[in-house]
Design a protein around this ligand. Structure first.
Ligand SMILES: [Fe+2]
Length: 173
């Protein structure tokens, strides 16, 4: 555990800190979504993850633009939270059989990642609004809409995927 260190910062500094965190999150997710899409066996899930991967790559570019608008060079700050979600996910990807239960696990991992992002963007939007950063907030709201849509898609896909997994793995006595 690191020693406690206080750090003076303005709310604007904190906004930039969180923006750097978001930038790193999205970059990490481009790799993780590619892995999850490759590992998924349900064609619908594979397609949904691949589609969100395309969106995620564009989100990195949008975040670049937000940094630009703020007159700052885009810089990621390692996001340990997302790294943890992905790390746990890797254990599942490498260790779960049969394929139907693996798909159910992938939906769960992707859901966790999306909820993490949704919390992150909602906070960024609220702080950005307070700071009067209207252009960055507009971009962040657009990204948030994509995350919410991805989350909703996972929820509806998950129903069928879980049913299939349950049918293939009846409960043991
Ligand atoms: Fe994202």
């Amino acid at each position: 555990m690191k020693a406690m260190m206080t750090k003076e910062m303005t709310l604007h500094d904190f906004f930039l800190h969180e923006l750097g965190d978001a930038y790193d999150c999205e970059t990490q997710l481009t790799h993780a979504l590619a892995d999850m899409s490759a590992a998924a066996t349900s064609p619908e899930l594979k397609k949904a993850l691949a589609m969100h991967l395309t969106e995620t790559k564009a989100q990195v570019v949008h975040l670049d633009q937000v940094f630009d608008e703020l007159g700052i060079k885009a810089k990621g700050k390692h996001c340990a939270g997302m790294a943890g979600i992905i790390e746990e996910g890797k254990d599942a990807l490498n260790g779960i059989q049969p394929a139907s239960v693996l798909d159910a696990a992938i939906v769960t991992i992707a859901h966790r990642a999306e909820h993490y992002e949704i919390a992150m963007y909602r906070s960024l939007i609220t702080i950005g609004d307070t700071l009067g950063l209207s252009q960055p907030v507009t971009t962040l709201k657009m990204i948030l809409k994509q995350e919410e849509a991805a989350d909703a898609m996972l929820t509806s896909l998950g129903v069928g995927i879980n049913k299939k997994a349950f049918a293939e793995t009846p409960v043991h006595a």
